[in-house]
Design a protein around this ligand. Structure first.
Ligand code: ZN
Ligand code: ZN
Ligand code: FE
Length: 763
């Protein structure tokens, strides 16, 4: 029974480099008695096999079924090979060719094996803060080019010692070809400095750092994707000091705890949230606070949630282990207000010198900064508020191939997107494009991604808003087709893309802001959407935003605008805190701006309606961060109220949803002394009922029964959950975001698809 010997070549694509894939292939081939070789190529991994046909078939089966945990195979092409008479099976050095369609692995939190070694006194890497292996460690943030070889990473400056090299060369070792492999003898090291850059000499810089934190100091700590600012979360003075120095008045700080047991002392956590926290991506997970609470209020004032993460680098474990009695550390991104997070040591001393008392730094470079990702469980699924470290650069898989496009995102929470074939690669969180530093980060990210993904875009997509820095960036590019995309069209298409559906759909885009095709500011929209086009079928009635951008920062202006619109000049007589306690001169100025149409752009934004209602309820006059008033209105809502305010729409050229009846209802309840929690909930219920009813009418008009929900307002759990339910009850299919954020952090995906569809007939 001499089975026929054949030669086969396999080309494997996906996340297959730097994840222990070749050693796995090697073992598999050996066990099956196959000869041949395996090599990394710029396209993925190529395997040459020679041996009995039966053994080759079982090899192919096991290849996908038993591949290592971090590998993610997207395709295996099987070709007949040439008989080369291999004597053995071996792993050969990387081959470079021109096609770079390899998928790079995201950064991965420390694995259990490395964690065990980290705390094992007999291990040669005992307490070594840069321990890693093929199954864990830095990836995306240290890669400068592909193929993923040490010479193309930040590890190129460290020459491996003999013992590390032996591990690296041994296919049976967990560190075989682990590019960041290092040990205390040959790898990167830590040092502690004061804010004047002078070294603080201590035999154990980590223990010293822990001690400084326990004494109430603020530490800048260099991590995986950038610097963190750390402080003791149980020390109100330290946290208040950090807020003041970082000029971040109210926006919540993220915290990190060593174990789930400690998290349970201050936050509620269900099984799904526990899984998310412990996943290898280690995102920040929003967890409901317990009351009373051992942590200080300053961490997330007027918020029902904490943003919590578990440690994800060996350094984090060592540090949290050293601060043994602390329930949690504040670990907020190392930046001033909304600047990009610092990554270089010099840059950190320059930019964080006024914030941190001490600096714990290391000498492994970070090529690309990547902020912590933020997720929450909401309406039965995981929702991204920020998709960054741990998830980037894993692509979103599209329904069909598209031409190469660069999409530049919007203004706030900016991310960019590059497409190749059926993959859309979103960047890490770039930030709010309101300063030069963030703009430069955008430029750098685009160049870096073009290089490591080998994408040369034919088209560039950008927001219709002429003043966004992302728009200006796109406009400056040469030799590329330029395609402006309406903001809310992009939101809806983004959600369609990740759900792999085509239009037409009824798109509900609930948002704070977005430049409309008519030059007004949109944000409470129903758009009949196809990828390549949309029709605005309904929107909230227009209302002036006195002061433009100032009305976003100061919701009391919106409150006045809605009251004036609803009651006319008579609103001055209403018994509302917004009117009674206010400076009447200021209100008069606002009224005049509206009357004379001075700097008062019109908006149909639902986000602004939330702001206005929050102001009328006396919840918030000014905000310290985007969406604060709307968020506090959501937090105030009770859970049992079922009532709604009366609502109304006008039809003509599409439907106009009137805000005046809602404002009337809210104002009347405030004057009657109805509790804020009830009014807030009634308002939420009204928005849900109004839009779901109108969707029913639109279905009658159009025959479309699929609804797509996208835009920043869907970060509001009540709106997301209850509107989905209401639409499902009416028999609609409801599509929401589960892969990219519903806020502007996901908008580049939609922009890319809209641009890709222009002129090609793809819909
Ligand atoms: Zn490991
Ligand atoms: Zn070494
Ligand atoms: Fe938006």
């Amino acid at each position: 029974m001499n089975e026929e010997h054949v030669a086969t070549r396999l080309e494997v694509e996906g996340v297959v480099q730097g994840v222990g894939f070749r050693p796995f292939v090697y073992q598999l081939a050996k066990n099956l008695g196959l000869k041949g070789e395996v090599a990394n190529t710029a396209g993925g991994v190529t395997i040459e096999l020679e041996g009995p046909a039966g053994a080759i078939s079982s090899f192919c089966r096991s290849l996908t079924e038993k591949s290592p945990p971090l590998a993610d195979i997207t395709s295996v092409a099987v070709h007949p090979g040439l008989q080369q008479g291999f004597k053995d099976f071996s792993i050969v050095l990387s081959r470079t060719d021109t096609k770079k369609s390899i998928l790079i692995s995201p950064d991965v939190s420390i694995c259990d094996d490395c964690l065990r070694e980290l705390f094992d006194p007999s291990d040669r890497r005992y307490r070594y803060p840069f321990i890693n292996c093929t199954n864990c460690g830095p990836r995306y943030t240290i890669i400068d080019d592909i193929p993923y070889d040490r010479t193309n990473t930040a590890m190129k400056h460290f020459v491996m010692c003999a013992r590390c090299q032996a591990e690296y060369d041994d296919p049976d070792n967990r560190r075989f070809h682990a590019q960041p492999n290092a040990c205390p003898v040959c790898g990167p090291g830590l040092s502690l400095h004061n804010r004047n850059r002078q070294p603080v000499c201590d035999p154990d810089p980590i223990r010293k750092t822990a001690e400084l934190i326990e004494r109430g100091c603020i530490l800048a700590i260099k991590g995986l994707g950038g610097f963190h600012l750390a402080a003791d979360a149980e020390n109100p003075q330290a946290v208040a000091k950090l807020r003041k120095r970082k000029r971040r008045e109210e926006k919540p700080f993220a915290i990190m705890s060593l174990y789930q047991d400690r998290i349970r002392k201050y936050a509620w956590m269900d099984e799904e949230e526990n899984k998310l926290l412990a996943s290898s991506q280690r995102p920040i997970v929003l967890l409901r606070k317990k009351t009373p609470n051992p942590l200080c209020d300053e961490i997330s004032p007027r918020n029902k949630y904490f943003g919590v993460m578990l440690p994800y680098t060996p350094l984090h474990y060592l540090l949290l282990d050293a601060t043994r009695f602390t329930l949690a550390l504040v670990m907020t991104s190392g930046n001033l207000s909304e600047e990009p997070i610092a990554i270089d040591n010099d840059e950190a001393f320059d930019r964080l010198g006024d914030i941190a008392d001490y600096f714990l730094i290391h000498n492994r470079r970070i090529y690309l900064r990547s902020d912590d990702s933020i997720v929450r469980r909401s309406s039965g699924a995981t929702r991204f508020l920020r998709r960054s470290r741990g998830y980037i650069p894993k692509p979103v898989f599209l329904k069909q191939d598209v031409p190469p496009v660069l999409a530049c995102g919007a203004e706030l929470k900016n991310t960019v997107c590059l497409t190749r074939r059926n993959r859309a690669f979103l960047s890490q969180h770039i930030g709010d494009l309101e300063n030069l530093a963030t703009y430069e980060f955008l430029e750098m990210t685009v160049e870096h991604m073009k290089r490591i993904l080998d994408i040369d875009p034919e088209k560039v997509a950008f927001d219709l808003h002429p003043d966004y820095l992302s728009t200006q960036y796109a406009r400056k590019l040469t030799g590329i087709e330029k395609i402006p995309v309406q903001h809310h069209h992009a939101h809806i298409v983004s959600c369609m893309a990740e759900n792999r559906i085509d239009g037409p759909v009824i798109g509900l885009s609930f948002d704070g802001t977005g430049y409309g095709s008519d030059g007004h500011i949109w944000g409470g929209e129903i758009l009949i959407t196809e990828t390549h086009r949309f029709e605005r079928i309904a929107h909230l009635s227009y209302i002036p935003m006195p002061g433009g951008a100032a009305a976003v920062k100061e919701p009391w202006r919106m409150g006045v605008s809605y009251l004036y619109d609803t009651f006319g000049i008579g609103f001055f007589d209403l018994d509302l805190p917004l009117v009674k306690d206010a400076d009447h001169e200021k209100i008069r100025v606002i009224r005049e701006m509206i009357d004379r149409k001075i700097n008062s752009p019109l908006t149909s934004s639902l986000g602004r309606l939330f702001d206005g209602v929050a102001a009328i309820l006396g919840l918030r006059k000014k905000v310290h961060y985007e969406g604060q008033a709307a968020m506090e209105l959501e937090m105030a809502a009770d859970e049992t109220t079922r009532d709604v305010y009366s609502y109304e729409w006008r039809s003509g050229n599409g439907y106009i949803l009137l805000t005046a009846p809602i404002i009337q209802g809210v104002s009347s309840d405030v004057q009657k002394g109805v509790p804020v929690s009830v009014i807030s909930r009634k308002f939420h219920n009204t928005v849900i009922r109004l839009f779901s009813d109108l969707c029913g009418v639109i279905r009658k008009d159009t025959g479309i029964d699929r609804t797509v929900l996208s835009g920043g307002v869907f970060q509001n759990t009540i709106i997301l959950t209850e509107l989905s339910l209401a639409l499902e009850k009416k028999g609609f299919a409801v599509y929401t975001h589960k892969i990219v954020p519903t806020n502007d952090g996901g908008i580049c995906l939609g922009q890319a698809l809209v641009a890709a569809s222009q002129g090609t007939g793809v819909s």
